[in-house]
Design a protein around this ligand. Structure first.
Ligand SMILES: [Zn+2]
Length: 177
């Protein structure tokens, strides 16, 4: 399922659209939309002891599962500005980026999010925003691998946290170390 799947009518003039999951076009007004991934920014956020911060989701999708702090980029927004803004909204923490970990495509709520993921230090005292039930720092051995919200989190966490975390997840450290 993608962003423009099932679009039938032009959002600009309400005429019938023609096209497919990759591209739709309105013959009446010339409106065109593409089925693009949506960029998001997120952090594997560490405290001074190397523990990682996860938040338990208050809403669907994946209600009750553990989330990395982050969110969608606004149009034209720099990814690191989006990361700082979203982490502040969700945790009240300030972000000190350490290094870029990578990017992952993640199915989310009928679209695909291109997740840009940083390893970062979280500065301050975490307090959960409106879309989280709680925030908690997890040591390597405590990470709830079976209750993570999204499919790329084991790869992102092991990329950010090193071999002992990959081993505690039952992943092959040779793959992700
Ligand atoms: Zn139109």
């Amino acid at each position: 399922v993608g962003l423009i799947d099932g679009w039938k009518y032009c959002p600009r003039c309400a005429s019938v659209l023609a096209g497919d999951a990759a591209r739709v076009e309105c013959a009446a007004c010339g409106f065109v939309a593409y089925g693009s991934s949506v960029p998001g920014a997120e952090a594997v956020l560490l405290d001074g002891e190397g523990r990682v911060l996860l938040g338990r989701r208050r809403f669907e999708p994946r209600l009750g599962y553990w989330d990395l702090p982050g969110g969608f980029l606004e149009e034209g927004e720099e990814p690191l500005d989006a990361l700082r803004r979203e982490v502040r909204e969700e945790t009240q923490l300030e972000v000190e980026p350490l290094r870029f970990l990578g990017h992952w495509n993640e199915p989310y709520d009928g679209r695909v999010v291109l997740c840009l993921t940083w390893l970062a230090r979280g500065l301050g005292d975490p307090r959960p925003g409106d879309d989280l039930v709680e925030l908690k720092w997890f040591a390597a051995s405590e990470i709830p691998w079976d209750e993570l919200a999204f499919t790329h989190y084991p790869a992102a966490l092991s990329a950010g946290l090193g071999k002992q975390y990959a081993q505690s997840a039952g992943l092959d450290p040779q793959l992700d170390g």
